[in-house]
Design a protein around this ligand. Structure first.
Ligand code: NAD
Ligand code: LMR
Length: 339
């Protein structure tokens, strides 16, 4: 089954009205950072997902208002808002999927790594609570720098004795969403039909779209492929600059986060052949974490898929990204072990 069909199924719940899927199993989804720029539209999109029975919205403040607002939408899930450290346990208890968009976003001139000093600590404390209150949940890490926050989460879970590499995901879906949009524009094909894997990591040159594998096929020249690659790698910066100090991608990220969480829920529910790209523990390269296509199942990652055939340009991109990705991973591991 193709990604196209899954994506259009995901889109369908956004337009479906009223209750649906009474037969779907109960699933609790918790969003940490739910009152933020990503958190609010992501809360809305998860409220529209009929696979969710309980939606738990957590932030340091502001979540009672977001929860009251979203809870009036006439879809399946019961919504609760939790605020402050003392309510984090309740927010997490029994969660099947935890989505983490908590942390500060970039301003113009910053790299994602510039967010490390603040976000590493936030991610560490939230993951410590996940290990305590919902150690079996699938964790969808959105907080940047993803190339470091995922290794931090892994180390925290290892220390707590709860690490399961099948249950930890760095969310790189926005890179795929962008690659599809930009490719469709250049190739003049229907965007809803486009499939493009994006591998590597989630920062600058570590984002490696594999346009040689894009379908529908198009006759694009080397320069066009290089420009599409660069635009995908710089997609986040394009938004940061356009927002001019008011943050980074929130709406497109909420859409991407909702697609990835939906894929996790489908996998948990036993839907076959659910495949999305994600930054996971991996043996696809010599790096311990790497983004590639992943088959999702009842326990999270069912299979990490290989890269497939690469063009010479992509082979060069792969070699070029490894040192940066390696050092971001090591920085995350070191932080978790030193603090
Ligand atoms: P934002 O500032 O609008 O919202 C962040 C929210 O996190 C705030 O409501 C804040 O109160 C909350 N928060 C801070 N500390 C917390 C804690 N300890 N517990 C719970 N909540 C806490 O920022 P945003 O635009 O929503 O971006 C959030 C993060 O997502 C940033 O790190 C950003 O770089 C990242 N991001 C990642 C991707 C991706 O593709 N993975 C895309 C866009 C943004
Ligand atoms: C993105 O890709 O939009 C996010 O990682 C946010 C950012 O800082 O670019």
């Amino acid at each position: 089954r193709s990604i196209v069909r899954r994506t259009s199924t995901t889109g369908a719940y956004l337009t479906r009205r009223g209750f649906a899927s009474e037969s779907a199993p109960d699933r609790k989804v918790a969003i940490l950072g739910a009152a933020g720029g990503i958190g609010q539209p992501l809360s809305l999109l998860m409220k529209l997902n009929p696979l969710v029975s309980q939606l738990s919205l957590y932030d340091i403040a502001g979540t009672p208002g977001v929860a009251a607002d979203v809870s009036h939408i006439n879809t399946r899930s019961q919504v609760s808002g939790f605020a402050g450290d003392e309510q984090l346990g309740q927010a997490l208890e029994g969660a099947d999927v935890v989505i983490i968009p908590a942390g500060v976003p970039r301003k113009p001139g910053m790299t994602r790594d510039d967010l490390f000093n603040i976000n590493a600590g936030i991610v560490k404390s939230l993951c410590t609570a996940i290990a305590k209150y919902c150690p079996h949940a699938l964790v969808n890490m959105i907080s940047n720098p993803v190339n470091s926050t995922v290794p931090i989460a892994a180390e925290v879970f290892k220390k707590a004795g709860t690490y399961d590499e099948k249950r930890l995901f760095g969310v790189t879906t926005l890179d795929v969403v962008r690659a599809k949009t930009f490719y469709a524009g250049k190739a003049k094909v229907n965007v809803a039909d486009v499939i493009v894997p994006v591998v590597g990591g989630h920062a600058g040159i570590t984002i490696l779209p594999l346009f040689s594998q894009a379908t529908p096929k198009a006759n694009l020249g080397d320069e066009e492929i290089e420009a599409l690659t660069k635009r995908t790698q710089d997609g986040g910066t394009e938004v940061v600059e356009a927002k001019a100090g008011k943050g980074s991608a929130t709406l497109s990220m909420a859409y991407a986060g909702a697609i990835f969480a939906d894929a996790c829920l489908k996998g948990l529910n036993g839907v076959p052949d659910v495949v999305e790209c994600s930054f996971v523990q991996s043996t696809v390269t010599d790096l311990p974490f790497f983004a590639s296509k992943v088959r999702l199942g009842k326990n999270g990652v069912e299979e990490v898929l290989g890269l497939g055939p690469l063009s010479d340009f992509e082979k060069q991109g792969l070699e070029a990204l490894k040192p940066e990705l390696k050092s971001s991973i090591e920085k995350g591991i070191k932080f978790a072990n030193d603090n």
